[in-house]
Ligand binder design. Structure first.
Ligand code: ASP
Length: 344
């Protein structure tokens, strides 16, 4: 059994609101120097864990995060995998759910906690939610039960809830309670006590060592359907040069218009090798293709059901699988199954 002092955690700061303080000279918000993180959050000294930190340089607003950044992040984790017991990734909230999803697919046989967190208010402001989020995320990354990490998966801790990263979506640009996991219950809840729901937490169980997959193919598009959609939009998308995968964000339980042109265009894209994934626009619930006439025809055209996947988890999964496999059959088969708990 490790003592607190022996539990080592790596904090990786990628950017985002959490790492900002007021520059006394200019009054503007500037990123903190993460080598001196304890100066800004003195509470960390009381923890007793062996804390280390590393910062991206330059730091990124999360709107600028892309597959190259996911690869860099995964490589930092890969390099430190044997030296640290857990990892806390500080990330802007805007695209945190995309990055957490991407990392969940990249890190195969993961047996250590990767906890993403951030904040709505900078850590340098009095009313910040950043301190609370950071402190609890570290505590979760360090938690061990019966000699093994309590949460050995990629998750997001935000405002008292720990949720699976690839099930999470940003719901609010205003509230401290910014994230939700509509189709999978929280992995842990924080009140007076930290309550882990171990029956919901994934343990890979396999003995194999960590494998990091580092290829993505961003030749994908998302088409959000709306009543009155114009064929010219559909055609412009399916004729994008090099497009390999298309996510259609459909209505309700996976429904789309039954216009003949819509089905013909989808079929044309599929017949020339394209992959189409049906993901619902609803925040909760699942695609059920065939339930209504408006989705049955898509099923026979070869559209794949995204079941209850989030939009964030679906686009990262598609880019990941297209990067990993060249055969359409391999991509389609993997889309239908859960890689890291992203679908039920
Ligand atoms: N624009 C910021 C980002 O996502 C917002 C935040 O950190 O919450 O990087």
């Amino acid at each position: 059994m490790k003592t607190k002092k022996e539990i080592s955690i790596l904090i990786i700061y990628t950017g985002g609101t959490i790492g900002m303080v007021h520059d006394p000279a200019t009054g503007s918000l500037v990123p903190i120097d993460f080598r001196h993180i304890s100066d800004h959050v003195p509470e960390l000294r009381k923890f007793g864990y062996d804390l280390h930190s590393i910062s991206f340089d330059p730091v990124k607003d999360s709107s600028n995060i892309d597959p190259a950044v996911w690869i860099k992040l995964a490589e930092i984790i890969e390099d430190g995998y044997n030296d640290f017991d857990g990892f806390v990734v500080l990330h802007g909230t805007d695209t945190m759910a995309y990055s957490a999803s991407a990392l969940s697919y990249m890190l195969d046989n993961l047996k250590k906690p990767i906890i993403f967190t951030g904040s709505q208010l900078p850590i340098g402001l009095l009313r910040t939610d950043g301190k609370e989020n950071l402190i609890t995320a570290i505590e979760i990354a360090a938690a061990i039960e019966n000699g093994i990490p309590s949460v050995p998966e990629v998750s997001i801790f935000f405002d008292n809830k720990l949720t699976r990263g690839n099930r999470t979506t940003k719901m609010s640009a205003e509230h401290f309670d910014a994230f939700n996991s509509p189709n999978y219950p929280p992995l842990a809840e924080v009140g007076l006590h930290l309550k882990y729901f171990s029956n919901l937490i994934m343990h890979t169980g396999k003995e194999e060592k960590l494998i990091v997959h580092k290829a993505f193919d961003n030749n994908v598009a998302i088409l959000k359907l709306f009543p009155g959609i114009n064929r010219k939009l559909m055609q412009a998308i399916i004729n994008i040069d090099g497009l390999r995968g298309l996510i259609i964000e459909t209505f309700g339980s996976g429904n789309a218009p039954t216009y003949q042109w819509f089905l013909d265009d989808l079929k044309q894209f599929i017949d020339k090798g394209g992959i189409v994934l049906n993901v619902t626009q609803c925040h909760g619930g699942s695609v059920e293709m065939g339930l209504y006439e408006t989705s049955r025809q898509m099923l026979s055209a070869g559209v794949i059901s995204g079941t209850d996947i989030t939009s964030e988890a679906s686009v990262t999964k598609l880019m990941f699988l297209l990067g990993r496999y060249s055969s359409r059959e391999d991509v389609e088969n993997s889309l239908k199954k859960s890689l890291a708990g992203e679908i039920s």
